[in-house]
Design a protein around this ligand. Structure first.
Ligand SMILES: Nc1ncnc2c1ncn2[C@@H]1O[C@H](COP(=O)(O)OP(=O)(O)O)[C@@H](O)[C@H]1O
Ligand SMILES: Cc1ncc(COP(=O)(O)OP(=O)(O)O)c(N)n1
Length: 277
């Protein structure tokens, strides 16, 4: 059987983020992709226009269908919408013992639409963080979860330490929203060591779905058996290529190019590098 990855997330009708971005990324990274859909969004590159939550019984049925037949080698969570869904997802993940759990704590879309009810942040902290192999907050999400203001790399590290203390085994605080104009630096912290995984900052509007794409690439490489550090480095190279070589889709914040590596037929770019903190 091929390596298998599952995404537990919301659908983006325009295909740039959510379930669609995750499945495209799984495919490009060479793993078999599966999904548990938590919400449907009517969305395009201009924004999120409507959200329809999936009833809990049907989310549970999707989980059970995978468990009974095609267990994943790694799994990620994305848009979970509300506390009830977080509760159900964390209960299923804990009971099924699915390995390699990547938690992307999606809270707000780039256009400003709330994708997780504000009062569900505590459920994320107490239910999902403790079972996460890796958590991948962006800077505003890390700030909200760790109750800290993030203006600098030192703050990024402090947030990572606090989230590790809450139970996440590895914490990746992504730097896309950081202040550095030339570099987008993500910090990986495992409780002992910190690694800065850096790539050049691309000045572009086509960044819809960057977080979903990075976390699903990490999930794919974990499913293939890479270590957490190697999975994050390979995923960073994948997102770097997907932003650097854009495709023109839509009139707003366009999606990243999920097949950049294949289209260029040139393998992975070597511009990303990592350094010990
Ligand atoms: N303009 C950019 N140039 C290069 N890398 C970027 C850019 N924007 C985001 N990234 C990278 O994309 C990934 C997702 O980052 P981020 O934007 O922080 O997440 P989110 O989409 O969840 O807000 C990270 O690896 C980050 O460094
Ligand atoms: C259905 C759905 N899930 C997640 C997001 C957020 O995706 P992200 O990768 O953080 O990218 P942006 O939307 O912030 O560009 C989403 N929009 N829709």
């Amino acid at each position: 059987m091929p390596a298998r990855a599952a995404t537990i997330a919301g659908s983006d009708s325009s295909g740039g983020a959510g379930i669609q971005a995750d499945i495209k990324t799984f495919q490009e990274c060479g793993v078999y992709g599966m999904s548990v859909i938590t919400a449907l969004t009517a969305q395009n590159t201009l924004g999120v226009h409507d959200v329809h939550r999936i009833p809990a019984a049907h989310i549970a049925a999707q989980f059970d269908a995978l468990e009974q037949d095609v267990r994943p080698d790694a799994v990620k969570t994305g848009m979970l919408a509300d506390g009830g869904t977080i509760h159900l997802v964390s209960e299923r993940l804990a009971n099924f013992h699915w390995p390699n759990i990547v938690v992307d704590p999606v809270m707000i879309a780039k256009g400003g639409t709330v994708l997780l009810e504000e009062n569900a942040v505590e459920q994320l902290r107490t239910h999902l963080l403790p079972i996460a192999t890796v958590i991948t907050p962006n800077i505003p999400e890390a700030a909200a979860l760790a109750s800290i203001v993030i203006h600098s790399r030192n703050n990024q590290l402090e947030a990572a330490k606090r989230l590790h203390d809450l139970g996440a085994r590895n914490v990746l605080v992504k730097g896309g929203h950081g202040p550095d104009k030339d570099c987008s630096a993500d910090l990986l912290y495992d409780g002992a060591e910190g690694w800065w995984i850096e790539g050049p900052r691309h000045h572009t509007m086509r960044t819809h779905g960057t977080g979903c794409t990075l976390s699903s690439a990490i999930t794919a490489y974990l499913a293939k058996g890479y270590s957490v550090l190697d999975s994050v480095i390979k995923a960073k190279q994948y997102i770097h290529m997907a932003i650097k070589y854009p495709i023109a889709v839509g009139n707003g914040h366009g999606p990243v190019n999920h097949w950049a590596t294949r289209m260029l037929d040139r393998g992975e770019d070597s511009l990303c590098h990592y350094i010990k903190n």
